[in-house]
Design a protein around this ligand. Structure first.
Ligand code: UD1
Ligand code: MG
Length: 456
């Protein structure tokens, strides 16, 4: 049967105390709604609708690229009212699945189990048993254990509040039935809202069976209502990612101090990641890569046996086999390092390529440069790439040796096997196989005396 998915995302999220709509708050760097949409997109649905409302313009501005039909709910008169906004588009024969935009950790397997509950015309309802059910709608069953209805906490009697089986809000049922029940919803309740949960009672009244299933792990159905819950779900999500990586053979020195905000495209064998490492965007790591503590790596590819020492920031770079970076190095976008390149402490590389076995071990800035192989860049070397208006290129050819504290004023070329004397300011191309330097002559003033402090 055809599947149609509705994601409810119009609520404000008052308890977040935020200027932004709740569903734009992030887990692992991705908005809550995007997590839910990714789940929906993985389910082979004929249609995904998103009901949005609070902060509508902001929501569309950041998430309109999501492949879905967007329906505005204005004003927001409850979860039932939210689903009504999509009623006209529902296929009568389709199975309609309702997801919540603020429940980001739900798993595909759980949803598939819920969908199987609808086979045979029943209503599928995802429930959970919580030690502390406070705030949730409670599942009311008869003596035979059949679901009768859902009661919201604000409308519940003391006896009903003692029930620990709660409504997760996630349910699935045939489109024509849902439309019929939606048209019969009323708002005679504590919150003066149209509750989606009231369709359970209507279903039972119409003789439709309610089949429940529960998630494998309660964390899957927890919603984000405040910043504490946001932080808790972030940890849960990160822990699950860390577990997955360790299961694949990665050593994490401390899985509680590892964060992935993005996707590992490929990872080799025996990778070791020390504490407080943050990986963002799309990452590839080769065999035996080692990443030291306190390092951020974003959208980068590290070849086999690359070693990153402590406290580095690496962004949009490709680092070749056996290269060593850091400690305290910054590799900026559009950098390509070939094999066995050494970049040491307080070195910044931007938009440059450096060929095999070249070294810049201390205190340098290499920007907009092409550096050959077996080049040695001495401490304190600066490529002066910016004239205040435009950027210019520096080319350093194979085998060149750049003495310490050199400024290479771009555009400039240091040719093959050239040597630049320490402390030079190089403004013209330096020829091959020769020593080039620019330096004031050293003099010694023989009869000079140090000034003395004046006596008062
Ligand atoms: C709802 C359920 C409750 C359940 C709980 C699970 C109802 C009446 N109650 O309560 O039984 O235990 O979720 O988390 O359904 N939304 C809209 N438009 C609205 C109101 C809400 O789109 O007018 C969306 C929200 O953005 C959110 C979801 O629906 O994604 C749930 O809304 P929320 O206000 O959090 O409902 P709860 O009071 O938590
Ligand atoms: Mg809620």
């Amino acid at each position: 049967m055809q599947l149609e998915i509705i994601i409810l995302a119009a609520g404000q999220g008052t308890r977040m105390r935020s200027a932004f709509p709740k569903i734009l708050h992030k887990i692992a760097g991705k908005p809550l709604l995007e997590h839910v949409h990714a789940l929906a997109a993985s389910l082979d649905a004929a249609k995904i609708s998103i009901v949005y409302g609070y902060g509508g313009e902001t929501v569309l501005a950041s998430l309109s690229h999501l492949n879905a039909s967007w329906k505005e709910q204005k004003p927001q008169l409850g979860t039932g009212h939210a689903v009504m906004q999509v009623a006209d588009d529902m296929g009568d024969d389709a199975i309609v699945l309702i997801l919540y935009g603020d429940v980001p950790l739900l798993r595909k397997g759980t949803v598939e189990r819920l969908l199987r509950c609808t086979e045979g015309g029943d209503l599928g309802l995802l429930t959970a048993t919580l030690a502390d059910p406070q705030g949730y709608g409670r599942i009311v069953r008869d003596e035979a254990g059949r679901v009768l209805r859902i009661v919201e906490e604000k409308d519940a009697t003391e006896l009903e509040r003692a029930v620990t089986e709660v409504n997760t809000g996630i349910l699935a049922v045939q489109g024509c039935r849902l439309k019929n029940w939606l048209s019969r919803l009323e708002n005679h309740n504590a919150q003066r809202e149209y509750y989606l949960t009231d369709i359970i009672g209507l279903a039972v009244g119409d003789g439709v069976m309610v089949q429940t299933t529960q998630p494998a792990d309660v964390d899957e159905v927890l919603g984000v209502n405040d910043r504490q819950q946001l932080a808790r779900l972030e940890r849960t999500f990160q822990k699950a990612q860390a577990e997955r990586l360790m299961a694949e053979g990665v050593t994490l020195r401390d899985p509680a101090r590892f964060d992935l905000r993005g996707e590992i495209r490929s990872i080799g064998q025996d990778v070791e990641i020390d504490v407080n490492v943050l990986l963002e965007g799309h990452i590839s790591l080769g065999d035996r890569v080692r990443i030291g503590p306190n390092t951020v790596i974003r959208d980068s590819e590290l070849g086999d046996e690359v070693e990153i020492f402590a406290n580095c920031v690496i962004e949009n770079a490709r680092i070749g086999r056996g290269s060593r970076i850091g400690p305290f190095a910054r590799i900026r976008p559009e950098t390509q390092l070939a094999e066995e390149v050494h970049i040491g402490n307080f070195v910044e590389i931007k938009k440059s390529s450096i060929a095999s076995r070249s070294k810049a071990n201390h205190l340098s800035y290499i920007g907009d440069s092409i550096v050959g192989s077996d080049v040695n860049i001495g401490a304190g070397t600066i490529t002066c790439n910016y004239d205040g208006a435009n950027k210019h290129q520096t080319i350093i050819e194979d085998g060149a040796f750049i003495g310490s504290d050199t400024q290479l004023v771009a555009p400039v070329r240091v040719k093959r096997n050239a040597t630049i004397g320490a402390g030079s300011t190089i403004i013209r191309d330096a020829p091959e196989n020769a020593l080039t330097l620019s330096r004031a002559k050293q003099i010694t003033v023989e009869d000079w005396q140090r000034p003395l402090k004046k006596r008062s």
